[in-house]
Unconditional design. Structure first.
Length: 179
């Protein structure tokens, strides 16, 4: 079953056992374009925008969002919505945290790093998990995984992506991470 952006938005705040709203768990990838200032000066803003669009089209917005995944020995066909934003030298990808989407999401991030390298636009980033409020339509991007990803990204001295601390745990905020 596929989800629309409205489905994702409605599920962002979820009631806990006492009926209080809790933020939804997300996988978030934050990437910094290395050498951005020089790129803008040498290529111009319009060229950077064209490159961003090409990068998103090639690596992130896969045709119709379908994927195949092997889970517990069973082949699973699924759908992953294209959820991204970019601003200045930052590219942000996110996906509601779901066991079926973890591997395709990480693969999509790796594909983006590789495609950016081919475009001579190296990326450095981090992928983090946690509760967040992510609403592209309202331009709202708040939450712990954004903070962790930004901190990890800035500490790296190489291209590619680091994984946040919650990749090593089975539960987060009292909820099963990979359910």
């Amino acid at each position: 079953m596929s989800q629309t952006s409205e489905d994702v938005k409605e599920q962002t705040l979820m009631p806990d056992s006492e009926g209080q709203e809790k933020t939804r768990l997300f996988a978030v990838a934050l990437f910094d374009v290395l050498g951005f200032e020089n790129l803008v000066r040498s290529q111009g803003v319009l060229e950077i925008r064209r490159r961003y669009r090409t990068l998103i089209d090639q690596a992130v917005a896969v045709p119709d969002g379908r994927f195949l995944n092997l889970i517990d020995g069973a082949m699973v066909v699924g759908y992953m919505e294209n959820t991204h934003a970019y601003f200045s030298d930052t590219i942000l990808l996110w996906q509601p945290l779901d066991r079926l989407l973890a591997q395709p999401f990480v693969s999509r991030c790796a594909d983006m790093v590789a495609a950016a390298l081919q475009m001579e636009m190296p990326l450095r980033g981090a992928i983090a998990l946690g509760p967040a409020e992510l609403d592209k339509d309202a331009n709202v991007y708040l939450g712990e995984p954004l903070i962790e990803a930004a901190r990890l990204e800035s500490q790296q001295e190489w291209i590619g992506a680091a994984f946040g601390a919650f990749f090593n745990v089975a539960t987060l905020d009292g909820r099963d991470v990979y359910a």
